[in-house]
Design a protein around this ligand. Structure first.
Ligand code: HEC
Length: 281
């Protein structure tokens, strides 16, 4: 039994390491999982921007009534493909074609938020929130896009119009061999401009005694539209979190009542304990 538990623990630890993708920092997503207006906005963004390459084949359109939408609203605003409101969120593209076109098949997004959570670390919603905000234009890539969280990803930045123009600056401090083959600490700054053309600057660091490091920074031309974009991405990520476990709304509501009951019961139990033992003590 103990051996089994230790085995499971070791396995979960190795999973955590495998998930440290690109070594990029994962931001915490705003928690909007009980905010129906946010989840509805997330659903709208999802069917408009994601549900042509990605399917969500464990999800039926009419399940969105759990988010406070009526079937008429779903039909009018969220159904484009001639699907019926009771249909699953499937797509016309086959995985084989997708692989041919993109080089890598877009995964089904039904439970992606669970798949992308790290044990003891960030949630899948955090991962998606960070991933969707980490694209930058890069003309050296086939799609014209790159991603800090998932370097050389096969997915283009489909939300680029909402995001607005941005530049990405990466700063790397590392050892580079000079003409004589001697290792020299160097700071390499690469700026990807709004069109994705990189400019690279190398500066030798004399007498540097620190460690190697790699940091990145985004700069948005229009910070107002970028904030709106970030909020939309938060809604979309929370929606994907809800889709991975639609019962969680009910579970959280029940959880609150269970906790209240337990507190009340604890109070009663303490009082009864006192009453029963009063004469013995
Ligand atoms: C043009 C097609 C296309 C569209 C539209 C698209 N994706 Fe993707 N997506 C892909 C492909 C291709 C991959 C696989 C990338 C790879 O493995 O390199 C992918 C991968 C992903 C992944 C997995 C990333 C990982 O770390 O494994 C997530 C999450 C994702 N997409 C979310 C979305 C969301 C959310 C939307 C809507 C805003 C969206 N995608 C729209 C093509 C698309």
């Amino acid at each position: 039994m103990i051996k089994k538990l230790l085995g499971a623990l070791a396995l979960s630890l190795t999973c955590t390491l495998a998930f440290a993708e690109g070594g990029a920092h994962i931001d915490r997503a705003p928690d909007r999982i009980t905010n129906l207006a946010s989840l509805q906005n997330g659903a709208k963004l999802f069917v408009n921007y994601c549900l042509n390459c990605h399917s969500a084949s464990s999800m039926r359109y009419n399940k969105l009534t759990d988010l406070g939408l009526t079937e008429a609203e779903i039909k009018k605003n969220l159904l484009f493909t001639g699907d019926k409101v009771g249909d699953l969120m499937t797509i016309a593209m086959t995985p084989a074609d997708a692989k041919k076109w993109f080089g890598s098949a877009p995964p089904d997004l039904s439970v992606i938020a669970r798949a992308k959570s790290a044990n003891f670390g960030h949630s899948g919603v955090d991962y998606i929130y960070t991933y969707l905000r980490s694209f930058y234009r890069d003309t050296t890539k086939k799609t014209g896009w790159n991603n800090v969280v998932f370097p050389s990803v096969a997915m283009p930045n489909v939300l680029w119009q909402l995001e607005g123009p941005r530049t990405y600056t990466s700063v790397q401090v590392h050892q580079v061999a000079d003409a004589k083959g001697a290792e020299q600490w160097t700071r390499t700054t690469t700026v990807f401009d709004e069109s994705g053309f990189p400019t690279v600057k190398n500066e030798p660091l004399q007498g540097y005694t620190g460690e190697a490091s790699s940091t990145g920074r985004f700069d948005s031309a229009d910070s107002k539209s970028f904030h709106k974009f970030e909020s939309d991405v938060a809604d979309l990520s929370n929606f994907l979190g809800w889709m991975a476990e639609p019962a969680q709304l009910l579970r959280k509501q029940i959880g609150v009542w269970v906790m209240l009951f337990l507190f009340l019961f604890m109070f009663v139990a303490i009082r009864m304990n006192h009453a029963y033992w009063k004469h013995v003590r």
